[in-house]
Design a binder for this molecule. Sequence first.
Ligand code: PEP
Ligand code: MN
Length: 262
Amino acid sequence: KSSRKNHLKDTIIKVNNTTIGGEYLTIIAGPCSVESEEQIVDIAKSVKKSGATILRGGAYKPRTSPYDFQGLNEDGLKLLSIAKKKTNLPIISEIVSVDHLEFFDDIDILQVGARNMQNFELLRELGKVKKTILLKRGFANTIEEFLSSVEYLMSSGNDDIILCERGIRTFEHATRNTLDLSAVAMLKEISHLPVIVDPSHATGIASLVKPMSLAGVASGADGIMVEVHNDPQNALSDGKQSITPYEFDDIVRTSLKIRACL
Ligand code: PEP
Ligand code: MN
């Protein structure tokens, strides 16, 4: 169902006041984790001013260590809703269990994280939900496996799927992951679904977020998802890869210029 063979035209997804895919460049921005009302509202207002079209913020955080900050859970989603009301930006947050669905009523896009890309029970259940889903590629999964997971969502009845390349695990340790840009171009060729690049988790390094955002757009991505924090040094998660609102503004302006050349 995700293949271009029987569906030549790009899928274009409408979420509230924004459109993903086709001629639109989607800019998703926000902190790794929602930390407080002041933090999320402050970041939401700045990224909106710079041209973000969707606000991100994690509330259920699948952290590698159980001793790291695990997110504010339901309270975090409520704070994200407050930021949505104040900015009118649609919101996206990661869901890790169908048991939490009732808390996601006001969340516009459900994110399935890299670690859950092959959680088939989760995918099957989320496929029945009438909401747009952003599926992140697992860090050790092939493009074929990625698209196979998409079929779990689509065969359960959901057509509004966004693909997200967020870097894969390779022998290279200088960066957190290796951004697979050829996967972006390949996915655009073989699938009709919108593709988003996440340069933050792909590199793990704030200074590399701009070049990889631009490379992602040049590779034909339909948008970028960037972690932005008002105080990266004190962020409760992923501070090293978080950029400031000021740096984000520059990335949006330059990305739009690159997009205009394509
Ligand atoms: C995230 O986007 O907050 C996240 C946890 O990303 P990933 O699932 O790609 O690691
Ligand atoms: Mn993160």
